[in-house]
Ligand binder design. Structure first.
Ligand code: PGA
Length: 252
C-alpha cells in the first residue's frame, strides 16, 4: 500500500524568525492529527533545515530539502550535498522542480545524477515532472512527462526506484491559481503509473506515491486527492500559512 503525502515547498520565502513560527505552528497542530499511512513533509529553505530538524525530532513531520548538488563534498561554492543533508537527518529532497529546470537550466542528465546522489545517502527524491502550456495545448504533455521520467529516473534498479516519490506539476498550474482539474490530474497520474508498470512491474507501480502540485489549496485539495491515482500534493504558496496547509493535510 502506498504512503499518502502532503509536502510543503516553501521555496525562497520567510525570514528565520517567520520560518520558526510557521514550523512550530504546524508541528504543534500535527500533534493532534492521526496520520495513518500518510506523511507530512516540510521543505524549508536550506538555511533553516537545522532549526527545522530540531523541531522535527519532537514532531510528526519529515524534513525535506529543496535542492542538492550531486557530489559528497568538494569545490562547488554555494552548493549543498546529500551527505550534508543526511547529517541533518533530512529524509526527502525535491528534484527537478520546473523553477530549477527553467532558471538554472537543469538537464535530464544532471537530475539523474542528483537522484543517484540522494539515494546513496538514503534521502528520498521527490521528483517533479510536468509540461508547460504550449506542450499541453499541442497535446504533447504525455510525451514530455514520459521523457522526463525515462531520462532521469528509469535508469534506476527497481529497489532504488521504490524510494522515489513523483510529483506531477503542470508548469501552467504552478503559482497561477489555475490548478489542473481533478480529471486532468487523474489522467496524467494514471499514465505515469502505467509507465512505471511497463518499465518495472505492477506492484512497484501500485506502491509508488504520485503527488499533484500546482495551485493546490485548502479549497481544491480534497477533490484532487480523492482521485484514485492522486496520493497527495506538493504545495507551494498554500504551504506558507499554517492554517491553510493544515486544511490540505486534513484532505489526505
Ligand atoms: P504552488 O506551487 O502550490 O504555489 O502552485 C507548487 C510547487 O511549485 O511545488
Amino acid at each position: 500500500m502506498r504512503t499518502r503525502i502532503v509536502a510543503g515547498n516553501w521555496k525562497m520565502n520567510k525570514t528565520f524568525d517567520d520560518a520558526e513560527v510557521l514550523i512550530t505552528d504546524i508541528a504543534d497542530a500535527l500533534d493532534d492529527v492521526a496520520l495513518e499511512n500518510a506523511e507530512v513533509v516540510l521543505c524549508p529553505p536550506a538555511l533553516y533545515l537545522e532549526m527545522a530538524a530540531d523541531v522535527a525530532e519532537e514532531s510528526n513531520f519529515s524534513l525535506g530539502a529543496q535542492n542538492c548538488y550531486p557530489a559528497d563534498s568538494g569545490a562547488y561554492t554555494g552548493e549543498i550535498s546529500p551527505l550534508m543533508l543526511h547529517s541533518l537527518k533530512v529524509n526527502y529532497c525535491i528534484i527537478g522542480h520546473s523553477e530549477r529546470r527553467k532558471y538554472f537550466n537543469e538537464s535530464h542528465e544532471f537530475l539523474a545524477k542528483k537522484v543517484d546522489a540522494l539515494l546513496n545517502h538514503e534521502i528520498r527524491p521527490i521528483f517533479c515532472c510536468g509540461e508547460v502550456l504550449p506542450e499541453r495545448e499541442g497535446n504533447r504533455h504525455f510525451a514530455v512527462v514520459k521523457k522526463q521520467l525515462e531520462e532521469s529516473l528509469f535508469h534506476l534498479a527497481v529497489e532504488a526506484f521504490t524510494q522515489v516519490v513523483i510529483a506531477y506539476e503542470p508548469v501552467w498550474a504552478i503559482g497561477t491559481g489555475v490548478n489542473a482539474t481533478p480529471a486532468q490530474a487523474q489522467e496524467m497520474h494514471a499514465y505515469i503509473r502505467q509507465l512505471i508498470a511497463t518499465k518495472y512491474d505492477h506492484e512497484t507501480a501500485g506502491n509508488t506515491t504520485i503527488l499533484y502540485g500546482g495551485s493546490c489549496n485548502g479549497k481544491n485539495a480534497a477533490e484532487l486527492f480523492s482521485q484514485p491515482d492522486v496520493d497527495g500534493g506538493l504545495i507551494g504558496g498554500a504551504s506558507l500559512k499554517a492554517e491553510e496547509f493544515l486544511q490540505i493535510v486534513s484532505a489526505l
